[in-house]
Design a protein around this ligand. Structure first.
Ligand SMILES: [Mg+2]
Length: 207
């Protein structure tokens, strides 16, 4: 099946924001405000603070979510200003230029726009962390991105570095390319494994 649309995770797939975001301070603020995880997403390789912050955010809804989100986004905006490109970002974008793309990210919407601007990443759609769309690992943002692109699940491929991305893609019926960033220990089930964006671009051409 030919690839007609790409759904792209942002953090540590295209750009490294996490390493420049003080999720431990965000977590301390969440903790002080009384927010703790009630549910947990899949195990992945994020730092402990990052994972717990994301678990808190997927545990909350409504006004609680909005307050917690406000805390986390302050730190992510700082991270977005300091973020660096992942290896082969420019090569990947050039190799996939003809394909319609959507960003599907757990990052705050404003931090996401800042990163996309800074690295001149052009996409037809962006689904960031916003109220009203249950985040990854739910399939909702993937399904929303497909709608925005006018694409069908079987014509799309999602590229991401985390087990959360794979779970969301699987649940939406979208093929998944895992970018391992060189890690040996992962829980990906997809047959499409890339060490980096250069290998991911090659896999997209071969699918
Ligand atoms: Mg990621």
């Amino acid at each position: 099946m030919v690839v007609e649309a790409l759904l792209l995770d942002l953090d540590k797939t295209l750009v490294n924001v996490e390493d420049f975001t003080d999720y431990c301070s965000a977590l301390a603020e969440l903790d002080a405000a009384g927010y703790a995880p009630r549910v947990r997403g899949p195990e992945t390789y994020w730092g402990r603070c990052t994972k717990t912050v994301m678990d808190v955010l997927i545990s909350l809804g409504g006004a609680e979510w909005a307050r917690a989100n406000e805390i986390v986004r302050r730190y992510e905006l700082i991270g977005a200003e300091r973020a660096v490109a992942m290896p082969y970002l420019d090569l990947f974008l050039a190799a996939t230029e003809r394909l319609p793309k959507a960003i599907v990210t757990l990052l705050d919407a404003e931090a996401t726009s800042l990163v996309l601007q800074r690295f001149a990443i052009k996409t037809q759609a962006v689904v960031a962390r916003v109220p009203g769309i249950r985040p990854k690992p739910h399939p909702d943002p993937v399904i929303h991105a497909l709608k925005l692109l006018g694409a069908e699940p079987d014509g799309a491929v999602m590229v991401g570095d985390s087990e959360w991305d794979e779970k969301a893609a699987d649940a939406a019926g979208v093929r998944f390319i895992a970018v391992t960033n060189g890690r040996q220990n992962h829980n990906f089930k997809t047959p499409y494994i890339a060490n980096n964006l250069k290998e991911a671009a090659k896999l997209i051409q071969e699918l």
